[in-house]
Each structure stands twice: as C-alpha cells, then as structure tokens.
Design a protein around this ligand. Structure first.
Ligand code: SAH
Length: 397
C-alpha cells in the first residue's frame, strides 16, 4: 500500500475537513449534524458550533437569543441538563429534551497527584475511555485534553500510540472534558487548553476545529488564541489548513533532527519529512503575528540526546521563529526507552541555549498518577489495530 493511502482516522483527510456548514433543520426532518454519530437520531447540542446551534434553534421556531442562552448555559456555566436552564420556559425545556441530547462523557475515575495535578478517566462508550489532565501552575491552570480514543500515529515512545487507534472523539466528547473539568474546578477557571492528551488532534480536524471555535468564542469560553495550543506529530496539510482556519498556538512533536531517526520515532515523518514539515511551520508562524512555533523534543537515552543531535537541531531552528521544549521521557510499562541522564539533558540544553535557541524544559507533572506527557493510556480496545508503522513498513526494535 502506498503511504498516501494510510488511514489515520475517520477525518484525517482535509478534503472532509472544511468548516462545518450551518445546517438547515426542520422539526419534522430530524437533523443530520456534522458532529453527531454516523446515524444520528438526535443532535447533541454540546458539540454544535455557534452557527449550528443557531440553525437548530431556528429549525424549532425559536428566536436567535435562545441559542445565546443555550451557549451560556453549556459553555459558561457548564450546566449539562436542560432542567437546570432556569431561564428557559418549562415548555421549551421539554421540547428541547424531546428533540436533542445534552451529553458529556461520564467520569469513571479521578486521580490526584501529590503535585496538584488531577487526571480524569472518561467513558466514551463501547469499552473505550479517554483521559484528561488538569495541571495547576502558579499563574495558570492548564487542561490537557484528548481528541481520539487511541492514536494511529504510533510514535515509538508514546503509551497512547502503543494501543492503536479506535476512533475520533466527537466535538461533544472533547468539549465534555472541558466542561467536566470546569465544573470540578469552579470557582477557579481553566486558563489554557492544550490538545496534548490522547490522539492526534489534526487527524480529527473537523471536530477539533468546532471545539476550538467554541473555546475562542467570547459567548462561550472566550480564551485567547495564545492560550489554546494544538500539538501535532506533523500532519502537514492540516497544519496549513489550520493556519487558514484559526491561528491558535502550534506545537510540533519533532523529537529528532534527521529524517533517518525521525522515521523511526515518529513514523508520520515517512509521509511528511522534516523539510516539508518545517516549511509548513515557518509559514504557520507568519500568521501567528510575532509568536513562535513550539517544538517538542522528548529526550531518550542514547537515541536522540547526543551533542551531534543538538548541533543538527541548531541547524534546523537557528534564526527561525521557533522555541524548543525539551521533555524528559516519561516511562510506561513495556517501553524499551529510558529517560536521558541528567548530565546529557543539561549538556543538550546548554548547547542549544548557547546557540541562541530559546529552550525550556517541561517539568514532568503528575507522573505519580501516570498523567505526564505520553503516559495517557485510557482504555482503548484496539479492534482495528490501525498503526501507521505497520502500514509504512517501519522497522521496530
Ligand atoms: N499527537 C500529538 C499530541 C501528543 S502528546 C503530538 O504528537 O504532538 C504531547 C507530547 O508528548 C508530544 O510531543 C509527544 O510526542 C510527547 N510524548 C509522547 N510520549 C511521551 C513520553 N512517554 N514521554 C515524554 N513525552 C512524550
């Protein structure tokens, strides 16, 4: 099979990832909405964009301000139950209940780390569960959300990748993570959202864009673009599309400075090699208006942490709108990798820093509850066993 034919998930193709069109709904013809499951009986209002919700409200003969009320209840007060929407008449609440759902994934488990990090396991049905992590810091509270059950990209050192891919999450399932965390943290609020949980967000493009729209919209979450970060292993066409659709912060999982090594660690590199990826990043940086693209680099002992690799990385990033985020490898059961030694990590940082590359370390958070980068496993029944490296014929050690 050619590499181009590899399926990364239901919505990996940007051909199907255009803006979610507003839909003409009539009460008699039940809606077929962009974010609903394949054979939707009823829409889940939680996952509708502002436009889609407006169309839904119009379709049941209600005035536009009703859509604004619903947005307020769902995305500002996080009330996920029509009966809790006390400024809607009983008649309207009953009508909404008969026509639509308002459903977020249920929390199955909550774990709290000694460092204040909280991890939630959420049930997304049919035996699948995904994880969401809240990371408190002195001046911000970050929520790390999942976009897929499992992941097809099969990065060699990632726990999620080892499970294979099950399915894309719907927009409601992604937003449900934010709604749940918001309720749990109230009166504190989430200041930053990162798509760094389970899955490859750009392989679930359409639903992720709907979610981002609501995160940024002042009627809903009202976060600034700087506070929403999409992290990708390097789906180049979708990076280019994202630049057109919404210029949120971009993080790119680089992890190796040469194609030879990156092909092994991040198999999507076989389809979109480093040159092509970086060209898309520099173009993306132009729409970021003086912000930089972040590059993630997980330090693996004896694999990508030598001085030669640090120098090769400098060649790629020097003089570019780039910052580098070094991540100590977080181990998980069955992984053949080890975290780099402290002297190797220090030397790597020194070399990059001395060359003028803005380089930071990501402190592992919540590793006592397996909530750190790359440790999220959730529960994925890997029925399809879709793994990119199998399709691309990548050699595994
Ligand atoms: N699919 C997205 C989100 C992945 S998670 C992406 O690839 O960017 C966020 C970051 O954690 C990625 O850079 C990922 O490569 C990194 N990561 C994965 N497993 C890790 C591990 N075990 N230790 C440290 N970082 C890891």
């Amino acid at each position: 099979m050619s590499a181009n034919a590899v399926n990364l998930g239901a919505d990996a193709s940007i051909a199907s990832a255009g803006p979610t069109a507003s839909v003409g709904l009539t009460p008699s013809a039940r809606p077929v909405l962009a974010n609903a499951p394949a054979t939707p009986a009823r829409p889940n209002l939680l996952g509708l964009s502002i436009d889609e919700l407006g169309a839904f409200v119009a379709s049941i003969g209600q005035r536009p301000y009703r859509a604004r009320q619903l947005v307020q209840w769902m995305h500002r007060r996080h009330v996920l139950d029509f009966d809790g929407m006390t400024d809607l008449s009983k008649g309207l609440r009953d009508e909404l209940k008969s026509l639509a759902d308002l459903a977020a994934p249920e929390v199955i488990r909550e774990e709290r780390s000694d460092d204040g990090t909280i991890k939630w396991l959420l049930d997304v049905g049919r035996g699948q569960a995904v994880e969401t992590v809240m990371i408190p810091e002195p001046r911000r509270t970050t929520l790390c959300i999942s976009s897929q059950a499992g992941c097809a990209l099969d990065c060699a050192f990632c726990a999620t990748g080892q499970q294979g891919f099950n399915r894309n999450l719907t927009a409601a399932e992604i937003l449900g993570q934010v709604a749940h965390a918001s309720r749990a943290l109230a009166p504190d609020t989430i200041s930053n959202i990162v798509f760094m949980g389970m899955g490859e967000p750009l392989a679930n493009y359409r639903n992720v864009i709907t979610v981002i729209g609501l995160l940024l919209d002042d009627q809903a979450y009202g976060l600034s673009r700087r506070r929403v970060t999409v992290s990708t292993a390097g789906l180049v066409p979708q990076i280019r599309k994202l630049a057109e659709d919404c210029n949120v912060a971009l993080a790119v999982s680089l992890h190796a400075p040469t194609d030879e090594l990156r092909n092994e660690l991040v198999p999507i590199n076989r389809r979109h090699p480093i040159d092509e990826l970086l060209a898309a990043c520099w173009d993306y940086a132009e729409v970021l208006a003086s912000r930089q693209v972040s590059f993630e680099y997980t330090l693996l002992d004896g694999v990508n942490d030598s001085q030669a690799e640090a120098k090769a990385l400098i060649k790629l990033l020097r003089g570019r709108p780039a910052k580098l985020n070094l991540i100590p490898f977080n181990s998980f059961p069955g992984s053949p990798f080890r975290c780099s030694s402290q002297p190797a990590m220090d030397a790597f940082w020194q070399t990059l820093n001395a060359a003028g590359i803005v380089t930071t370390f990501r402190r592992p958070r919540g590793d006592d509850i397996a909530a750190a980068c790359g440790q999220l496993a959730g529960r994925v029944e890997d029925r399809r066993r879709v793994r990119l490296s199998d399709k691309l014929g990548v050699r595994r050690t």
